[in-house]
Design a protein around this ligand. Structure first.
Ligand code: G4P
Length: 525
């Protein structure tokens, strides 16, 4: 029973560049999953960068509660967990970490713009993890790029073999529909959820196709068809599962065209939950005992309550509401009172969740990103990366009466993982570090709006940051000499911000007994 439930789980993320249509496509998914009744047109919010999740747009306009980082929906007997990869122009760790929680990814490409910057970066993470990829080329209703050129671009830039499952006929205003290669069906296109039909053909040469679409489009299509079926490698599931080959679909999210085919492909070929490496052994999803890790922490999802949610990816077994679990880092037993899924009209308290599922639990402040939870066995899941911040700024509070609020905001937001908080040795002003510079704006905005603390951020020019470890006496000497550049992270570790390469090299030479690491070497994490 448990194993059949687990086999039906599909946990994936959408990899795309802002504006490719992720929000629009997500909304259609929810409509197919019968989570929302009416899939209309989500108007993009003017100031996208401040939404915690891109799905907040849907929430604000449809009045449904999806302000989370995960959406759960059923489709064709499968149970989907869609994890958000925040689509800011800039990068933050959240985006990368989301990809550690999924078993598959959907690469969404705008037919006009082709492969764009953010997609390339995110694909690097997928490639590193051998994540199986399905590609959807969106906006076929616009005058986009040549189809074969797009496929070539994906192969070259994203370094993955493509395997078209469908091929478009016509494009832009004269987009006629797509031809499904495997079952020889023609899916007619019409705008705005109009009448879209699936017509059986005897093959790509069927004269009915020319009648429906016009000779000139068929000629072009036949050319693509011959290339796809004769010159390109045929689909092999093993290659797909190894992240070496990706099925490609064409469609138009805003017109709800090609979306069902895409979901069907996920249901049919995307992998169920995969085994996960830990520091002591490989953990299989079908194991009886429960295990999970925390990949995201989010504060203030509900502005009416000050709350914090930890997002868990369940890796093995199942767990029921009220079960006690073991928090490996602290060795504490915790009772999970109200695990929530993010389904339907509201956040729902769930009674049981299985390997592959992403659930949210209330975090009273005990969880860290990367924490492992089990039924008693002590181990730690590996592969949840810790990112070293690259940009640093001093935080000055503009209204001194709000210092309590600032303290609370800084510590809560840093626990979410997108910013890291430090205390300087030579100044009382807190320092924050981020991976992407845009996080500075997000932090400033959230401190003001969620905590009422208006701040000024002054960037610190930094060549690199190094975590210093080794003999305590030597560390103290070092801290004394480099006091102006030194600070402590949240665990009390010594960190030095070197303003240039020369000073770094000098420090490494003069303090050869100490270790200078690029990331925190915190033992307990
Ligand atoms: P994102 O989450 O990836 O950033 O993209 P989003 O869904 O917000 O879509 C970005 C823009 O692309 C939106 O237009 C959306 O309507 C449009 N779009 C999505 N899919 C298609 C498609 O298949 N065809 C066409 N032609 N457009 C599509 P916008 O102008 O930014 O917003 P709006 O004013 O239309 O709401």
């Amino acid at each position: 029973m448990k194993s059949s439930e687990i086999a039906l789980r599909r946990t994936f993320a959408i990899v795309s560049h802002p504006d490719a249509g992720k929000t629009t496509l997500t909304e259609k998914f929810l409509w197919y999953g019968k989570v929302i009744r009416e899939a209309g047109h989500v108007r993009a919010k003017a100031n996208k960068s401040y939404t915690v999740s891109d799905w907040m747009k849907i929430e604000q306009q449809r009045g449904i509660s999806v302000s989370s980082s995960v959406l759960n929906f059923p489709f064709e007997g499968c149970y989907f967990n869609l994890v958000d990869t925040p689509g800011h122009q800039d990068f933050c760790e959240d985006t990368y970490r989301a990809l550690t929680a999924v078993d598959a990814a959907l690469v969404l490409i705008d037919s006009v713009n082709g492969v764009e910057k953010q997609t390339i970066k995110l694909m690097e993470v997928c490639r590193m993890r051998h994540t199986p990829i399905i590609t959807f080329i969106n906006k076929m209703d616009l005058d986009g790029r040549d189809v074969l050129e797009l496929l070539d671009e994906i192969e070259k830039i994203l370094q993955i073999q493509t395997c078209p499952f469908t091929l478009p006929i016509g494009y832009g205003k004269l987009f006629k529909g797509v031809y499904s290669i495997a079952d020889n069906t023609f899916h007619t296109f019409s705008k705005n959820d109009g009448k879209q039909e699936i017509l059986q053909m005897s093959g790509a040469d069927d004269p009915k196709l020319a009648e429906l679409c016009g000779e000139e489009y068929i000629k072009e299509f036949k050319n693509r068809y011959d290339v796809a079926t004769q010159a390109m490698e045929p689909f092999e599931k093993e290659k797909y599962l190894a992240g070496k080959q990706c099925p490609v679909f064409f469609g138009s999210a805003v017109n709800n065209f090609g979306v069902r085919q895409l979901l069907n492909a996920f249901a049919n070929i995307a992998p169920p939950p995969a085994p996960r490496e830990s520091d002591i052994r490989l953990v299989e999803p079908m194991e009886d005992k429960f295990s999970a890790f925390v990949f995201k922490i989010q504060a203030n999802m509900d502005p009416r309550h000050r709350d914090r949610t930890a997002f868990l990816r369940i890796c093995s077994g199942s767990f029921e509401r009220g079960n006690k679990i073991f928090h490996c880092r602290t060795g504490r037993e915790i009772r999970l009172a109200a695990p929530t899924s993010f389904l339907a009209q509201d956040k729902e308290v769930i009674d049981i969740a299985y390997a592959g599922d992403i659930v949210g639990i209330n975090d009273p402040g005990i969880f860290n990103i990367g924490d492992t939870l089990t039924e008693g066995e002590k181990f730690k899941f590996s592969g949840i990366p810790d990112f070293a911040p690259e940009f640093f700024a001093r935080v000055t509070l503009l209204n001194p009466l709000k210092s309590k609020q600032l303290g609370k905001g800084l510590s809560q937001l840093s626990e979410e993982g997108a910013t890291q908080l430090f205390s300087a040795l030579s100044s009382a002003l807190p320092v924050i570090g981020v991976v992407g510079e845009l996080q500075f704006d997000v932090l400033k905005h959230r401190l003001e709006n969620e905590y009422g603390a208006e701040v000024q951020l002054d960037k610190i020019p930094v060549f690199c940051a190094r975590w210093i470890s080794g003999d305590q006496k030597k560390q103290d000497d070092f801290a004394k000499e480099y006091k102006g550049d030194c600070m402590q992270d949240k665990h009390g570790n010594l960190v030095c911000l070197f303003p240039n390469e020369y000073r770094l090299n000098l420090a490494v030479k003069n303090y050869s007994e100490l270790k200078f690491s690029k990331v925190s070497s915190n033992e307990e994490e």
